[in-house]
Design a protein around this ligand. Structure first.
Ligand code: SF4
Ligand code: SF4
Length: 426
């Protein structure tokens, strides 16, 4: 797609990069059926191709407009369109540039209420200690909350099981060590996930240590167009992660696929920075792994077989519906495709059939708060497809999807490592 940015953007690196990305789109429309918002509204403007045209128009006119803002706000950045595109279009990167362009243009300013909500999300949800404290207050008040509010606050992890301490971490004792990202909202909402990962990896001969000095990955601020703040956070994380690698950790592991996808992009995000930090960022990206990439299915299968033998019983297969987060199946697809499914099967789970596995659940970072109607509709459709074959649980790999689905699911929604952990150690 040929684009000629307005003369006023002649010196804009953002406009040049967007123009280069736009070249890959050949307007074929193969991406349309893959787009969750297009499937709901049926409007070309809510499709990848429509949004690409809106970004092209903004560049050619040299300014943002409310129509482009509305339809880019409705985009989940799920990147299903990238998986469907035969032409290698990097839509996610283009959408981020489009959003940054809109945020920089005062003429496309949002309503004060919307601006306030976006600011609160960027300032509160990205701060681990503050967010965790707010969740703990919500959990203390949970018994008295009305049902609608109660659904938003997860029960305390320790209250969900009386048989063992799901928050217990093993002591680091192995020569092989990896660091795990804590992120911003996961320690408050589901601290048992990283503890489960630490126990499973410990059993397989790897010590997991919490990367306490690495903060929010920066994705939340980046996706609401606060690019400067996001890059400052990325730089801090790169420096803190470098210390972990120098201290002997062989990988930076993420148990939230949304955060891992963004961390794998640090090298690209800082490619124009000073060469020393740009090089370090590229090394951090290369060392970042989703949890499913660091566990060998054969080793897990052996561990489950050994435990089954020691207990003298064969373990009952758990019937699980696998919900592949978009960040895993579209964002990290080349390195993670099929890996969680293989691990769940190795642990003895039976994966039930699901329909439309590539469609987004509607969580998408802050999307479920900023676009609640579309998010709810997508969740209803996703749950119908996941629950059709009556699983005992839904497994996912991202805290956002987990929380969003949990609030309306008839069966427990858990990170897949929690399911593996409960098979090994229950
Ligand atoms: S499938 Fe790719 S090339 Fe075709 S319209 Fe969509 S983004 Fe453009
Ligand atoms: S990222 Fe997802 S919601 Fe956005 S245009 Fe692509 S397929 Fe549609």
């Amino acid at each position: 797609m040929h684009t000629r940015p307005a003369d006023s953007l002649a010196d804009s690196p953002l406009a040049q990069e967007a123009r280069d990305l736009l070249r890959n789109c050949v307007h074929c429309g193969f991406c349309l059926p893959a787009c969750p918002t297009y499937r709901i509204t049926g409007s070309e403007l809510d499709s990848p191709r429509g949004r690409i045209y809106l970004i092209k128009e903004m560049l050619e006119h040299g300014g943002a407009n409310a129509t482009a803002r509305t339809h880019l706000d409705r985009c989940l950045t799920c990147r299903a369109c990238e998986t469907a595109c035969p032409s290698g279009m990097q839509y996610g990167r283009l959408a981020d540039l489009g959003r940054e362009f809109i945020e920089r243009d005062p003429s496309s300013s949002r309503q004060p209420g919307t601006r306030f909500v976006r600011l609160v999300l960027a300032k509160v949800a990205t701060r681990r200690e503050l967010f965790t404290a707010l969740v703990r207050i919500g959990q203390a008040l949970r018994p008295c909350l009305p049902a609608a509010l109660k659904a938003l606050v997860p029960a305390k992890a320790r209250d969900r099981t009386q048989t063992r301490d799901v928050l217990a971490w093993p002591t680091a004792r192995h020569a092989r060590r990896m660091a795990v990202l804590e992120g911003c909202v996961q320690p408050g909402l589901a601290p048992q996930i990283n503890a489960a990962a630490a126990r499973v990896l410990d059993h397989l001969g790897i010590s997991l240590v919490a990367a306490r000095d690495v903060g929010c990955c920066g994705a939340m601020e980046h996706h609401v167009g606060r690019t400067g703040a996001a890059l400052d956070q990325v730089r801090r994380n790169v420096t803190a992660s470098e210390r972990l690698l120098e201290g002997g950790c062989e990988a930076i592991v993420s148990t939230a696929s949304g955060c891992g996808t963004f961390a794998k992009d640090y090298g690209h995000l800082l490619r124009h920075a000073h060469h020393s930090i740009a090089g370090t960022a590229a090394r951090i990206s290369a060392a970042t792994r989703d949890l499913c990439e660091v566990i060998d299915p054969a080793a897990l299968e052996d561990a489950v077989a050994a435990i089954s033998k020691a207990r003298g019983v064969s373990l009952e297969p758990v019937r699980v519906a696998w919900q592949a987060p978009c960040s895993l199946q579209h964002g990290q697809r080349s390195s993670t495709t099929g890996k969680v499914e293989a691990l769940l099967r190795a642990a003895g789970c039976e994966l039930v059939a699901t329909r439309n596995p590539t469609l987004c659940c509607g969580s998408a970072g802050t999307y479920s708060i900023l676009q609640p109607a579309l998010a709810r509709e997508l969740r209803t459709r996703k749950l119908a497809s996941l629950l059709g074959d009556r699983p005992a649980a839904i497994a996912t790999a991202n805290i956002g999807c987990l929380e969003h689905l949990r609030q309306a699911s008839a069966v427990p929604v858990r990170h897949w490592i929690e399911i593996v952990d409960s098979i090994l150690f229950a």
